[in-house]
Ligand binder design. Structure first.
Ligand code: SAH
Ligand code: ZN
Ligand code: ZN
Ligand code: ZN
Ligand code: ZN
Length: 441
């Protein structure tokens, strides 16, 4: 219809759904002055996954509050993390022939439970190797709006881990990166002298079956909610405390469905947690971060983190239907690394065509030509961009300069459309996501 939705962010005193405190949104109708504010689930943008909804000014009766609390309790996982850790200990004591994994319930089964799952599909003879690669055993939750679990291709995961260790990091806070976590754990158990540790924060509670409370926290990155309460928060805090000069980096690969401001707000809280661990306050430093996200979110991310820059490296995935092999046979993935580390330190693989630009002082993709006029390697998507003298900047190769619109755009476009204003206030010059009318909390 003729309305727009915008996120106002986490709000003090927000009501909770099973996924922790809800986020405050505003719904505006075109032409109307004030929008109406409401709370909705932070984690699920599909109403089918969580239908929590409450107008900000709505009076909620005692009965409904009580019912809601009970609902939230009943919608927690069947086992606690502690219970899952104990179950795991028992599971590994079983002979191979008794190690079963229920594919329907996505759960390791103890023999006493077989009966209950007798008409479910299950896997037998679960090996130690399988237990160490839960991201292969569990099916990826591909639900686009909620979980969007896209696993790194082995090549990209190896590259990330080598990069981190070459940079000297010894601890990785893995936020929504179960496969990186798994690779770190597995190398630490196999290779002597490999001393990197990882703590996984993820909303996918299935992982609690495979990791202890020191290795995994059930966490919601859209509202910075630790489901395990103060104890889990403390685990994270301890992990961020850099003992014996062991440097920490946070690596995160969130679902791409938007809500950049909610993610940024949570990441700032994790960064603040890191900062607080050091009595001297880390001077003015920030916790090093790799935020993996599509290139078209660059300006949104830089709005929140001006110290970040985007690297040209294309992150590849195993199960992402959209980012399959391009014309060249090589995958053209739009996913990049955003980091607050000095770009020149991020060495990209030359065997994959990346080269170092001495002017920009960073590695760029093979197609990214240094533009003498912009004095920068300007391509965002890996293709060679062209400079437009009228726009005074480089643009995509498929664009051309339209004299009506007075800017570069696609060949096929309708000229009038480019000048419509913001969807919220109707004024030109900004989009609804940056509308000044939507004051952020
Ligand atoms: N490429 C990564 C996986 C990224 S997919 C890897 O291979 O390791 C996105 C991840 O974020 C998934 O693990 C998913 O479970 C997790 N996730 C989705 N929503 C989340 C939320 N609200 N809070 C925390 N983690 C979430
Ligand atoms: Zn089952
Ligand atoms: Zn350059
Ligand atoms: Zn240029
Ligand atoms: Zn132009």
């Amino acid at each position: 219809g003729c309305g727009a939705l915008a996120l106002l962010g986490p709000a003090p005193g927000a009501p909770s759904c099973p996924h922790g405190p809800a986020l405050l949104f505003v719904k505006t109708s075109q032409g109307k002055e004030e929008g109406r504010r409401f709370y909705a689930c932070s984690a699920c943008r599909d109403r089918k996954d969580c239908n929590f909804f409450q107008w900000e000014d709505e009076k909620v009766s005692e009965t409904r509050l009580a019912a809601r609390e009970e609902y939230n309790r009943n919608h927690q996982p069947p086992f606690t993390h502690r219970q899952n850790v104990d179950r795991y200990k028992n599971f590994v004591l079983l002979p191979l022939s008794k190690r079963r994994f229920c594919q329907e319930c996505q759960q390791l089964l103890l023999p006493a439970e077989w009966e209950k799952h007798s008409d479910h599909q299950f896997l037998c003879d679960i090996t130690t190797a399988q237990l160490k690669s839960p991201s292969q055993l569990l099916y990826p939750l591909e639900n686009k709006k909620t979980n969007a679990q896209y696993l790194f291709a082995d090549r990209s995961c190896q590259f990330l881990l080598n990069l981190l260790t070459d940079l000297g990091f010894r601890r990785v806070l893995s936020v929504g990166t179960p496969r990186l976590h798994e690779m770190i754990q597995s190398r630490a158990s196999k290779e002597e002298g490999f001393s990197v540790r990882s703590l996984l924060l993820d909303i996918d509670f299935r992982y609690s079956q495979f990791y202890t409370e020191d290795e995994f926290c059930h966490y919601n990155m859209f509202n910075h909610h630790f489901f395990g309460g103060e104890a889990a928060r403390e685990t994270c805090r301890k992990f961020l405390y850099e003992e014996n000069g062991e440097r920490v980096i946070m690596v995160t690969d969130p679902p791409f469905g938007g809500l950049v401001e909610a993610l940024a707000s949570s990441f700032k809280k994790l960064m603040a947690m890191w900062k607080e661990t050091e009595k001297e306050g880390h001077d003015n430093k920030e916790m090093p971060v790799f935020w993996i996200f599509p290139y078209f979110f660059e300006s949104r991310i830089l709005d929140f983190f001006p110290s970040f820059s985007m690297m040209d490296y294309q992150v590849d995935y195993d199960n992402h239907a959209l980012y399959k092999h391009g014309k060249t046979g090589r995958r053209q993935s739009p996913v990049r690394i955003f980091t607050n580390l000095t770009p020149s330190m991020i060495v990209l693989p030359e065997e994959e065509g990346y080269r170092f630009c001495t002017v920009c002082e960073r590695y760029v993709s093979s197609g990214n030509q240094h533009c003498e006029i912009c004095n920068s390697c300007t391509s965002k998507d890996g293709r060679r961009w062209k400079h437009c003298v009228l726009c005074k900047k480089c643009v995509k190769p498929s664009w051309f300069h339209c004299n009506n619109c007075n800017c570069c755009t696609l060949q096929k476009h309708s000229c009038e459309k480019t000048d419509v204003g913001c969807f919220v206030c109707g004024k030109a010059g900004h989009k609804r996501s940056t509308c000044p009318r939507l004051s952020r909390t």
